[in-house]
Design a protein around this ligand. Sequence first.
Ligand code: ADP
Length: 530
Amino acid sequence: MKLQLRVLIVEDSEEDAELLIYELKRGDYHSIYDRVDTADGFIAALDKHHWDIVIADYSMPCFSAPAALSLLQEKKLDIPFIIVSGTIGEEMAVDAMKAGASDYVMKGNLARLIPAVERELREALQRRKRREAEQALREKEERFRSLIENALDIITVLSPDGNVYYISPSVHRVLGYESEELLEKNLFVYVHPEDVNEVINNLYQALNDPSSTLFIKFRFQHQDGSWRVLEAVCKKIIYSPEVASIVVNCRDITEHQQAEEIRRELEKQKELNENKFNFVSIMSHEFRNPLNIITISAELLEKYSDVASKEQKYLYFQRIRFAARNMTQLLEDILTISKAEVGKLKINPASLDLAKFCLELVEEMQFSNAGNAVNFVFKGGDVDEQQSQESEAGTITNCCSLAYMDEKLLRHIFINLLSNAIKYSPAGGEVLFELYYQNHEAIIQVKDQGIGIPANDQKRLFEVFHRAGNVGKIPGTGLGLSIVKKFVELHEGKIEVSSEVGVGSTFTVKLPLQTQRLTESRHTYSCGAN
Ligand code: ADP
């Protein structure tokens, strides 16, 4: 198949031009051509069409190959230019080649024309492809530069030790600096001292693991001296293995962060208000019960005072007294919790023999619950000595027994736990009160074989007014354990629960025997829990 070739022939002889076309035809080229022999004709032909090749005679009456070549170059056209001449001497040929001609062929040796045309066309094609590739690359670079320079984020290229190789102009809008002013500077100088280490660690991490994309947050000093919070993504540049560099893309999130803080604060406030509302609602509910009992009993007494028997009247008075006592207790509990919430709960620690105190307390509980189905067991011992002693009313000797605690608060803690153990063991069983010591801590466990606590409720057990779902008709307010927790915390201790429904519950209280703060506060705290 013939190849189409657009040839511009610069030749004054029509015959010679036809000879060239004939020669090209022999080389399988179908030529579309124009012949010119003046400068004007040459320029007009160049302007009018695209040409694959120019073949020029060296000298003509009104024109010449060197003149045509320089016109072609003026127009910055990359078209192969072959001189075909009968007269060209070696010196002139060399000059023409130096001037930019692609090749020269003697008219007497036209067999060289086809190989010369083929080579020049091939090279011209390669040059065009290279130019197009370079142009595409330039356009791509231009696009990226425009993207980077107009981006809202700051894009930087850093060395692992913070040296700035590149920083996008957006740094001016975000942080007030001119990008040139930061070039070759160390960026860490502007990072908040508390955040520098984290930033350095992240850069090295990005360097060591090129596949990772790391996110960091740090404070950066604005040109006006204020601190801005930046969020950044770091990634190693893998196409420049000779220089270790990391691209860090930063965004100013100061306002976003502030808005987030305000939102969180508002949410907390809302939650607090809701909690307060819930607290007041539950409290009103808890008071309504005894108040109703008082109102109804008083009304009955008033209505039937003439006919009611002495025993009936006594029963109503007793109900009123009992309801009033409940309300007083409720009020006291709420007051204690409120005080604890605002940090006004005071502790009054003193030296005390803990083992003796516990034993007496258990004996007291045993005595006051004598008719109950529950059987109390007290175990006191010292883990370090690997001995423990069981007792019903026995004696305890213990070297660690001396503690520095608030007796009144301790009493409240243990009575509450023991009372719950009894209350939530309607079928009776054993209540074990165990005291031992470990690492300067007294560990007290109250273990019962009662109804147990569902797993879901265990997490919320120490929240005000929270009662487990399995309490049924067992009376209570859900305040006791939250007070116990506050008292334990005042001793810098901890309380935990483990329980299984239908098997029983174990409350573990850990109290430091002597705490620095309590010892120091000896003279500061003067009044008791209430
Ligand atoms: P109250 O007993 O007045 O309801 P508490 O604050 O003392 O309030 O206890 C909170 C909840 O914890 C109780 O309502 C009960 O559901 C659960 N609870 C506490 N102690 C025990 C226990 N020994 N056995 C089973 N459940 C318990």
